[in-house]
Write a protein that binds this ligand. Structure first.
Ligand code: PNS
Length: 164
């Protein structure tokens, strides 16, 4: 049976850490769905449409990577998709507590779904979407930390706000 894995998150924005985890995931699973949570933040940096477009563009040459959105309980979405696995990235000990709670809650909600943790390459272990948003908002460089398309879209946002 083909293994379908769901990689859920906010992806606001997609970082090179996410890209690394997805790239590792496609080597382990037959297909991986990047599932973007709808309405997670009241005022996200990137709209849902932008996040979908960015992720599709980065993985356009990977037929085994699909981009989708979901709302409600993650385990219900995973069941609807007939997937078997939730993939989460683990960067540091600081991630562990939240991830552990979430994995066990999801296990309780649906014991048939397994959470698989994957470690990104070392150089991505300190990157988070939250830090990228903060560094960008304060005018810092995020080159090499996010895909080029994200960098370009961030530049567009600066130009648009300068024009406004
Ligand atoms: O990018 P994030 O913020 O780390 O992703 C968190 C996400 C989307 C995986 C989590 O918030 C989630 O699964 N939300 C859906 C609602 C849900 O199922 N909550 C119970 C989880 S135990």
């Amino acid at each position: 049976m083909a293994t379908l894995a769901i990689y859920p998150g906010s992806f606001d924005p997609l970082t090179n850490g996410h890209v690394d985890i997805i790239s590792r995931g496609v080597r382990l699973f037959d297909r991986i769905v990047v599932a973007i949570l709808k309405n997670a933040e009241k005022s996200p940096l990137f709209t849902m449409e932008e996040r979908i477009e960015i992720t599709r563009s980065v993985f356009r040459h990977h037929p085994n990577v699909e981009v989708d959105t979901f709302d409600g309980l993650l385990v219900d979405y995973v069941e609807r998709r007939k997937a078997q696995v939730i993939v989460r990235g683990l960067r540091a000990v600081s991630d562990f507590e939240y991830e552990f709670q979430m994995a066990l809650m999801n296990q309780r909600l649906n014991p048939h779904i397994e959470t698989v943790f994957m470690m990104p390459a070392e150089q991505y272990t300190y990157i988070s979407s939250r830090l990228i948003r903060e560094v960008f908002a304060l005018g810092g460089r995020v080159h090499g930390l996010v895909p080029e398309i994200v960098e370009a879209r961030l530049r567009d946002k600066v130009l648009a706000s300068n024009r406004a």
